[in-house]
Write a protein that binds this ligand. Structure first.
Ligand code: ADP
Length: 447
């Protein structure tokens, strides 16, 4: 086992990784920008190294500074968390070239899945069902027109390098296709430096259901069931559940078997998530994330597993030590992402946290790096906490989340807590009757 790990991230996920390390007796190195000098991950780590100014490209994305920090502190492995360098294949490769362990998949697998076109063709070859669409990259508008008329409108033009919901445009008819085509390409080029696009049928009422996978370096691959992440705004998740309110155990077993067989054939190692759209009982693969997800805690609580600990064990070469039949699902979990944003306009609201009172009691977990007096910097993601509840049934989990949302106090910055309260109280949400389009309709109805 490693004796020292460098955590190449900030905020709640840096703390989450630090907690796993501490329980495993592993020393931690925090890295931070000058804007994060008094951040919780810096305060709690065994050692901390400043890696640059506030802008992420000069600090949390600064590969040379992070590797220097690892070298001078004698860290043996690097955990990238999510976001920043977590899905950067060149970074994973550079880490290993320096004789350090990257806590994640191989650089080759990150690269394959980082290009959504290659990801789809790879998964298709392994028997995973896809959304109908183009066979790979589209090179011109005429091709797009042909494919669109075959699969039928509406269609979605998507960036091969896409992420965070960017570089994605819907066309409801042929008249809208040219515009969607050029906007998606322009956005993709600006955001990712790559204007390769492909086309998918735009599903009208899917749910976003994803599967948590772990593979070790000895050929064992298991899944930890699904998360329903259909509640999204601008393709960004806001509330997640495990399991999905609509999936039967038989459907979970079936898609789980397909997914684990595919990843075992690839020789995939460490944590990964296969994202699907689910409509009319059909799963269609959209992309794979080769890292820990923000929403991993809902899986942890229903499966009673520490996914970060597992990532570290796998990176150290240990065997999983359990098989699919050992993994059981207990009760229901819900996570609310607490963003420092206006709950109606979603405009970020950085500033000083004047009061913070976290909720507690049975079945409540809060993953956060804020404290009273903490200044939320304007430079990074606006998520400041994740509130997770676990209860025997979905109805009990909803009641527990409502109770926790009543207890939590965050003053000084605006947050989306009032929106979560409204969602949890809504009869359609309570029935589990929602698709990926529900939240945007709900917020425009409830302005
Ligand atoms: P990103 O990597 O930018 O997050 P994804 O491919 O994961 O992009 O898609 C993000 C979200 O966009 C999905 O969760 C879903 O809500 C929506 N989406 C993606 N593809 C489709 C599709 N073919 N039809 C309908 N909605 C889609």
């Amino acid at each position: 086992m490693f004796s020292k790990i460098l955590i190449a991230n900030r905020g709640e996920i840096a703390l989450r990784i630090l907690r796993a390390c501490r329980e495993m007796g592993i020393r931690t190195v925090a890295v931070h920008s000058t804007a994060d000098e008094s951040a919780m991950h810096v305060r709690l780590a065994d050692e901390a190294v400043c890696i640059g100014p506030p802008a992420a490209r000069d600090s949390y994305l600064n590969v040379a500074a992070i590797l220097s920090a690892a070298t001078i502190t004698g860290a043996e492995a690097i955990h990238p968390g999510y976001g920043f360098l977590s899905e950067n294949a060149d970074f994973a490769e550079t880490v290993e070239a320096h004789g350090l362990t990257f806590i994640g998949p191989t650089a080759a697998h990150i690269r394959t899945m980082g290009d959504k076109i290659t990801a789809k063709t790879t998964m298709q070859a392994l028997g995973v069902p896809l959304v109908p669409g183009s066979d790979g990259e589209l090179t011109n508008l005429d091709e797009a027109r042909d494919v669109a008329s075959k699969v039928g409108y509406p269609v979605l033009i998507k960036a091969a390098a896409g992420g965070g919901g960017r570089g994605m445009k819907v066309a409801h008819s042929e008249a809208e296709l040219a515009e969607a085509w050029s906007v998606a390409r322009t956005e993709a080029l600006a955001a990712f430096g790559n204007d390769a696009v492909y086309l998918e049928k735009y599903l009208n009422r899917p749910r976003h259901i994803e599967l948590q996978i772990l593979g070790d370096t000895h050929g064992n691959v298991v899944h930890f069931g699904e998360r329903d992440c259909s509640l999204q705004r601008r393709h960004q998740k806001l509330l997640e559940e495990a399991g999905s309110p609509v999936l039967s155990p038989e459907e979970r077993d079936a898609i789980g078997a397909t997914a684990t067989a595919a990843l075992a054939t690839m020789g995939y190692r460490n944590a990964g998530t296969l994202e699907f759209l689910y409509q009319d009982g059909q799963f269609s693969f959209i992309e794979m994330n080769t890292r820990l997800q923000v929403e991993h805690p809902v899986t942890e609580v229903v499966c009673d597993i520490d996914l970060v600990r597992e990532q570290i064990r796998i990176a150290a070469g240990e065997k999983l030590g359990y098989t699919q039949s050992d993994i059981t699902f207990s009760g229901h979990a819900i996570e609310c992402r607490i963003n420092a944003e206006d709950p109606d306009t979603f405009i970020p609201s950085p500033g000083t946290i004047e009061v913070f009172h976290p909720p507690g009691g049975p079945g409540v977990r809060i993953d956060s790096a804020i404290y009273a007096g903490y200044r939320v910097p304007p430079f990074y993601d606006s998520m400041i906490a994740k509130l997770i509840v676990h209860a025997p049934t979905r109805a009990a989990a909803i009641a527990r989340m409502q109770r926790a949302l009543d207890e939590i106090v965050v003053e000084g910055v605006k947050t989306v807590i009032p929106l979560h309260r409204r969602i949890l109280a809504d009869p359609e949400f309570q029935r589990g009757d929602y698709t990926i389009h529900w939240l945007e309709q709900f917020t425009s109805r409830n302005r």
